[in-house]
Write a protein that binds this ligand. Structure first.
Ligand SMILES: Nc1ncnc2c1ncn2[C@@H]1O[C@H](COP(=O)(O)OP(=O)(O)OP(=O)(O)O)[C@@H](O)[C@H]1O
Ligand SMILES: [Mg+2]
Length: 603
């Protein structure tokens, strides 16, 4: 174990008080927890006459803090202002986020079992937060923006809504150091030869299996891997070469696929290939030396924000054709083509079902999703040399001095905030809304699935990804959906319009724009102006497409209210028991829709 890291995690050199990194990590996470849990209505802070807030808990503890309330009913809390008053009347300004969850357990309906498990997830998150502070909290926004796109992704805070955003249950400290994105690790993948009769492989016709190898292996490494393969008397007719994540191999595959290994249907060939850099989702990796190569998405059976991160088999066969269909739409539809929308196609996928667990159909979903791979186009293969591609969550990321990166992008772009945002909405929101209304396609457009492409620091277009599970279709028979094959339609989730609209409203407006607009408000660009501008851009688009008026009524973004989807409450309620299905979100009281409250008719 890296001693310097452990030292920094636990104690300052004086060993008398916790290190400042530890204090700051607690403070930041406590502010986030108070903010998101208030927004989810799990706790109810009251505003005091002086504008501060107080949260009185049934444990006899209270928390006071300075905050402002956003248009989304969110409290943006100053982490340094938080004071806890214990039942004994003692006041602490030192934040201890674990203590907060113990103090608030009645309000959060936490049983002792769930609370203890949750505190483990929180401890993992805190440990990672300390590391993150060592990384980027030493850097300014200007320095962060100058990192390469793939490296910058490693510096992001992670899920903005989930309090335990780096829970990663299943990883020990060595795993964490070897595989977590914030360490910028070089991961070398393990390779298996898998029997073709037992592994489902699906790919678009014009892609060779050799191209799949090239994603990770240069010519020399391919020769070495094939040398081992042939040395074991394996043949390409019978076996397919499948990369696996080293953690998954060591912790889930050697044991749970031991029968397949014993039968010779799975043969371990060893670690080969280029260093791969984990993206924010941890389980999708980019080639560090050859960034234009296909990204590799692998199952990682750890519990990380909401669910175990496996690869379900149900989309593998249709995956390549669905993303190709979407890419064709984007190329041929003038609204999307003019905006240069990029679809990061998933041209191939492989899935090896576990022969034991397939016999238990309703076994917990994680047992069904342990071995497979999705190959995805790299955004660097789709953009010009003058363009940069960043996850949209980069925009609300704060540097070590609390400065959101979006301000530095706007400053460097030479545009006013209003001009910059107009371009952002036009390049990102309009294509997403058009896909929804014209084609009935909903993409979960959260901050990790949407990539903004910038040129001269100005937003120019969007890149979309993550279609196997996060792409859903309207349950009505839109004629525009007929060009997708019956099979692909049958395996894709079909949702009523009032649910599908949440891929945009909850996925994007609440999970991305809510945080961006708060950053801008701090600099004087009001939320009323922000959502007024978004509404204006939407209406200009709608006016230009009268042929879709019927669809705009079905997918109405200007309704007075919209659902409040609460992710943290799901964990508090469901706990840590296994389930055969992925968890479903909880709903709070409806939100006032900022698009409706800031609405002004466009003449
Ligand atoms: N801003 C963010 N919004 C949502 N999720 C985020 C964010 N930043 C990091 N994440 C992490 O990224 C993952 C998002 O889940 P999602 O199902 O979209 O992606 P995935 O299927 O795991 O991977 P990929 O998008 O690479 O295909 C989660 O592990 C989540 O913790
Ligand atoms: Mg994703």
């Amino acid at each position: 174990m890296n001693q310097a890291v452990t030292q920094c995690l636990l104690k300052s050199p004086l060993k008398t008080k916790p290190s400042s990194f530890w204090l700051q990590a607690n403070q930041r996470l406590l502010a986030k927890s108070l903010s998101e849990l208030s927004w989810e209505e799990a706790i109810v802070p009251l505003e005091l006459d002086n504008g501060d807030f107080t949260l009185e808990l049934q444990s006899g503890t209270s928390y006071q803090f300075a905050a402002w309330r956003t248009i989304w009913d969110q409290l943006i809390i100053d982490p340094a202002s938080i004071i806890r008053t214990g039942p004994d009347g003692q006041r602490w300004s030192f934040s201890d986020v674990s203590q907060f969850f113990i103090d608030a357990r009645t309000e959060l309906h936490l049983t002792s079992v769930i609370l203890a498990n949750f505190l483990e997830e929180l401890a993992n998150t805190l440990m990672a937060e300390v590391r993150v502070q060592q990384n980027y909290h030493q850097k300014t926004a200007a320095e962060l923006i100058d990192l390469t796109d793939d490296e910058l992704q490693c510096y992001l805070d992670g899920h903005p809504k989930v309090t335990v955003s780096k829970g990663r249950i299943g990883w020990g400290f060595n795993d964490y150091e070897s595989y977590a994105t914030e360490f910028l690790p070089d991961i070398q993948l393990e390779w298996l030869a898998v029997n073709r009769e037992h592994c489902q492989l699906s790919k678009i016709d014009d892609l060779s299996e050799q191209a799949l190898l090239s994603a990770v292996l240069d010519t020399e490494a391919q020769a070495r891997l094939l040398g081992v393969f042939h040395g074991m008397n394996l043949t390409a007719d019978a076996y397919f070469l499948l990369p696996v994540h080293p953690w998954q191999w060591q912790n889930k595959l050697v044991n749970l696929f031991a029968g397949e290994i014993a039968a010779g249907r799975i043969v371990h060939l060893g670690a080969f290939g280029d260093p791969m850099l984990p993206q924010q989702s941890l389980r999708t990796l980019s080639n560090r030396q050859r960034p234009k190569q296909l990204n590799i998405k692998l199952p990682l059976s750890i519990l990380n924000t909401s669910c175990y991160r496996g690869i379900p088999g149900q989309y593998i066969k249709a995956g390549p054709m669905i993303s190709r269909w979407l890419a064709n739409i984007v190329d041929s539809d003038p609204t999307l083509a003019d905006r240069g929308v990029i679809v990061l196609e998933e041209p191939a996928g492989a899935f090896y079902p576990n022969p034991i667990f397939t016999r238990i159909e309703d076994a917990p979903y994680r047992y069904h999703e342990m071995l497979g791979c999705i190959w995805r186009q790299s955004v660097h293969d789709k953009i010009k040399a003058s363009e940069r591609a960043v996850l949209i969550s980069t925009l609300f990321q704060r540097d070590g001095f609390n400065e959101p990166l979006i301000h530095e992008y706007i400053r460097r772009s030479g545009l006013s905030a209003r001009q910059w945002l107009t371009r952002l909405f036009d390049s990102v929101v309009i294509p997403l809304y058009h896909l929804l209304c014209k084609y009935g396609v909903g993409l979960v457009a959260h901050g990790q699935n949407v990539t903004v492409v910038l040129e001269h620091h100005q937003p120019v277009r969007v890149a979309l990804k993550d279609f196997q599970g996060d792409l859903r279709l309207v349950d009505q028979d839109f004629p525009e959906l007929e060009s997708l094959s019956d099979y692909a339609r049958s395996v894709t989730a079909r949702l009523p319009a009032e649910y599908l609209i949440h891929d945009l409203q909850t996925g994007h407006f609440v999970s991305v724009l809510r945080f961006i607009s708060a950053c801008l408000a701090e600099k004087g660009f009001s939320e009323v102006d922000f959502y007024g501008l978004l509404g204006k851009q939407l209406q200009l688009y709608m006016k230009a497409h009268p042929e879709l008026n019927g669809r705009f009524k079905i997918f109405d973004l200007f309704q007075p209210e919209m659902a409040r989807v609460c992710l943290n409450r799901v964990r508090f309620k469901q706990g840590y028991g296994d389930a055969s299905e992925r968890p479903l979100p909880e709903l709070g009281t409806p939100l006032n829709n900022p698009l409706a409250t800031t609405f002004r008719e466009v003449p």
